[in-house]
Write a protein that binds this ligand. Sequence first.
Ligand code: SF4
Ligand code: SF4
Length: 388
Amino acid sequence: MNLEELKKEIKRIVLDTDAKLVGIGSRERLKDVPPSGNMDYCLSGAQSCIVWAVPNPIEALENYFSKKERMSLKRAQQIGYAGSWRTAVIVSKFIEENTEYKAFPVIPNAKYRPREDLPDYIKGDIRYPDFSLRYGAVAAGLGHLGWSGNLVTKEYGGSLYLGGVLTTAPLVPDPMAKENHCNKCKLCTKVCTTGYFSVDEEEDMQPVIIGRYKEIYAQRGTFSQCGIGCAGWYGLSDDGTWSTWTPGHICLKEFSLEKWYDRNFRRDLYAKIFSAEDIPENIKKFNQTIAKSFGKAGAMENVGLRPFTDTNPRCGNCNFICVADPKKRKELYTMLINSGKVYLDENGREYVKKLKEEGEEIIYYPPTEEEFFTKEEFDEIDGIRKIK
Ligand code: SF4
Ligand code: SF4
């Protein structure tokens, strides 16, 4: 099989899954990026990265932001992560079984390089992935980094999941995207309840140059800010009117960046999440369940292997909101700020409390996992991660 046939066949395999975009990037384009774009770390002599994108369905996003239900997005996220991991393994096997080249399936999330010992005052608890799929996606021509730091594509915006494979095969790279489709609407900063990234300041820690393009994105805070918000331990808007999918009603924006850089502050905050005396038992249990779920993906060092029951998007807002159509993005934002807050009843079940336009308060219970999925559907989605 020559290189052109190989490239064609790889793309066919990828696009036969839920992935909607796929491209090839080269070693040359990644030569000036920060260390997590160095393919040799994962596969010595890698020449190409194959990167694809699995977008979130719009209806799932509407239901998620309006707090109608979060199960459709749970399904999309499992397909995005576990499906991408599965595809990466299949593509890697295909390359190695049909050519003399080596291949490496990239773990889509939850795998980080051992941390270099940076002092806390520089970036708190910064972590780097083995290979940055975002950098790879830019090199592969899928798009550019948006203000959020996520990849933004022309076709699907940034509301998507990335998967990828590295290979020693010197495939011909696809053209890089000419335009950056982030329109700087900054809605990604508005939907974040933690202040993880800046509204105005650009990140200047290290230049990200891919091909001949310099990627510009917002200055980041500490990993813990997003970690706590994304996990769903805390998530409340600064005006207190809406929450993420969590009963943890504290707005993390109230803490200064200096505090976040302080190891003792972070330690005390985590202690409060799990053991503070004034936290009701049902919330403590909820927080511990999240910790177990995240612990599983962390212990496996691969979110693609996480059981479906443990996939529970409760934030991720900066990524989810960034659909391609700016009008739809605004609609999703309006849904979110009118979506009310999530609470837990004494049995630990989540419910939503919000005000209708006329000012009347309504309370309802969104469907649980058991109510939303049939057993067959649940098992089928859960089965994606069990690669034979
Ligand atoms: S939400 Fe707006 S500002 Fe943020 S990355 Fe997307 S397009 Fe850019
Ligand atoms: S995932 Fe949530 S908490 Fe993390 S940066 Fe995005 S919006 Fe903020």
